[in-house]
Ligand binder design. Structure first.
Ligand SMILES: [Mn+2]
Length: 355
């Protein structure tokens, strides 16, 4: 029995609002979702599991019809869904809002329920959110009953932080499931090999969601469960540090950023951090840097060049002064000078009250 597991697609979300690529991202979320559905069909997967937050908020009827049309296009794949905190159920049940294709199964109750697939020898368990927050650890006591008639038991579970059903790998030890399909945490992670995993958001949704994004493919067989993460997203968020020196000019910096974009792909979305010491008269122009490509954020952590005597004067009576004076400034070895510089930069960057 082979399955696909996705979560946190957040259909209807528009990432990076105000940035030139923002509307494209909104479309790409739909496109990736469509593509992964089609792939499950082509690969004849038996089950397609959606562990919550398929939608960014309570879905519009139009959106439900859209996803239903996609589900209907892979009639041999059984689709099981729960609602997460973002798309939590308000008002009418999703199953009653539109006429769903026969292969679509909502676990839309507030209490644990299941749907059986006798031909797959599989029972899929889960429940849905009816509010944006649930702080009680509802998954703590869940176990597969000894008399479950199905050899394979899979749980869809959404949450994992303080306000969204706290849980950990320990929660599910000895729970008896063959696989637990998690949702809510956007960073893909396998908490326990072949047993407990977050696929993460299908497409990354903000600049902190760096790295690969995609879905999980798995199989339950007589040898047990096997899963693997499949990188799939159209784009990635990437973060790079650029080291600046006193000789770095605006043009040099632009060239440095160009090289990164060229090497790592212009379609990705970047955060660039500037570090080090800039020249006494240098001010970088962030707006021109942002025009170079998809730069969602530019963090300038550089410090203006300084001389030791100037620092002693400027930061008189501070930890920084104390630190500098702990060295024999007149007789520094090369090694000591390096340590002194690193310490000064660390203190300047620490944001401590130095004055
Ligand atoms: Mn969530």
């Amino acid at each position: 029995m082979r399955f696909f597991h996705i979560a946190d697609v957040h259909l209807g979300m528009q990432p990076d609002k105000g940035c030139p690529w923002s509307e494209d991202r909104s479309r790409e979320i739909w496109e990736s979702f469509k593509k992964v559905i089609q792939q499950a069909g082509r690969e004849n997967a038996s089950l397609f599991l959606i562990a919550g937050d398929l939608f960014h908020r309570q879905p519009l009827t139009r959106e439900l019809k859209e996803v239903n049309a996609l589900f209907a296009s892979i009639p041999k794949v059984q689709i099981v869904l729960i609602a997460g905190n973002h798309d939590c159920i308000k008002g009418e049940l999703p199953s009653r809002r539109i006429a769903w294709a026969p292969n679509v199964h909502w676990l839309e109750e507030e209490k644990l329920a299941y749907v059986d697939f006798p031909e797959l020898k599989t029972r899929v368990w889960g429940f849905s959110y009816y509010s944006r927050e649930i702080s009680s650890p509802l998954y703590d006591e869940i176990k597969v009953p000894k008399d479950s008639p199905m050899p394979w038991n899979i749980l869809l579970a959404h949450g994992g932080d303080e306000k969204h059903i706290p849980m950990s790998a320990d929660t599910f030890r000895r729970s008896g499931f063959d696989y637990i399909a998690l949702g809510h945490i956007h960073k893909p992670q396998i908490l326990e090999e072949n047993y407990l995993a977050y696929p993460g958001s299908l497409e990354p949704l903000d600049k902190n969601e760096t790295g690969h994004h995609g879905f999980i493919k798995g199989e339950c067989s007589k040898d047990g469960t096997r899963i693997a993460f499949v990188p799939y997203s159209v784009r990635e968020y990437k973060r790079f540090k650029l080291q600046v020196t006193e000789r770095t000019t605006q043009v040099a910096l632009e060239n440095g950023i160009e090289r990164i974009l060229e090497e790592h792909g212009r379609h990705h979305i970047y955060t660039i951090l500037l570090e080090g010491i800039r020249g006494k008269h240098t001010e970088f122009l962030p707006e021109s840097l942002k025009k170079l490509g998809n730069l969602v954020s530019l963090e300038d952590h550089t410090h203006r060049a300084y001389s030791i005597s100037q620092l002693l004067e400027e930061y008189e009576g501070s930890v920084l002064e104390e630190y500098i004076r702990s060295f024999d400034i007149e007789h520094l070895t090369e090694e000591e000078e390096k340590i002194l510089r690193l310490g000064i930069e660390a203190l300047l960057e620490s944001g401590e009250e130095l004055l």
